[in-house]
Design a binder for this molecule. Structure first.
Ligand code: HEC
Length: 177
């Protein structure tokens, strides 16, 4: 009998705690799962050892300003390149910049994605676009680690297509109202 009373006395505080779910959730064991060694979203798996370069990786050391002024697009503007760029655009840029590049993607207006089809952005150099994709710009996240150089140039070519440069055999997407 005495043991039972003791047991219920011991269990009671826990029962009360569990009733107030938010208090129970603040107990130290509750965020063990959160504080694990797994990677956070967008975290790169492991920093390379200082002074080394992974096999097959070409470091990009230009600043955005240097890329804007001096980096030339080595990938010719062909249907194949534009087609590859379209696939990458629709998977990576569409959410903000929209299918047409006018900023009509689902998060475009919330994050302030500009209309990339206007003259202001049409006049930016290919090197600048490459640099912006690589490093990101203010609210725009960086994408350099996702693509090879060639893929980034395909995206640059696709943006030129969206901005009005024609290529045979490709239809420019129209804005859905
Ligand atoms: C999370 C939303 C988001 C995504 C995804 C995104 N962008 Fe952006 N982008 C922005 C915002 C916001 C700006 C405006 C940045 C500023 O000027 O402050 C921008 C600006 C730009 C600019 C103009 C920069 C300049 O000043 O010259 C280019 C070009 C561009 N984005 C291309 C891309 C491409 C290509 C992709 C896909 C690889 C992409 N963006 C993905 C949000 C995004």
């Amino acid at each position: 009998m005495c043991a039972r009373v003791l047991l219920s006395l011991a269990v009671f505080p826990f029962a009360v705690l569990c009733f107030f779910v938010s208090t129970a959730a603040a107990l130290p064991w509750d965020y063990d799962m959160y504080r694990q060694k797994s990677l956070e979203a967008n975290e790169v798996a492991r920093a390379p050892v200082e002074g080394t370069v992974p096999l097959g990786y070409k470091p990009f050391t230009m600043t955005l300003e240097e890329a804007e002024a001096g980096l030339k697009n080595p990938v010719s503007f062909t249907k194949n390149s534009v087609w590859r760029g379209q696939r990458l655009w629709n998977a990576n840029c569409w959410t903000c910049h929209g299918k047409t590049g006018a900023g009509e993607g689902p998060v475009g207006s919330q994050i302030g994605a500009p209309d990339l089809t206007n003259d202001f952005y049409r006049q930016k150099s290919d090197g600048r676009v490459f640099g912006v994709i690589h490093y990101g710009l203010r609210a725009m996240p960086r994408h350099g680690f996702r693509f090879s150089d060639a893929e980034q140039w395909d995206i640059v070519n696709y943006l030129r297509f969206l901005q009005g440069k024609d290529v045979e055999g490709m239809e420019r997407p129209v804005k859905e109202e």
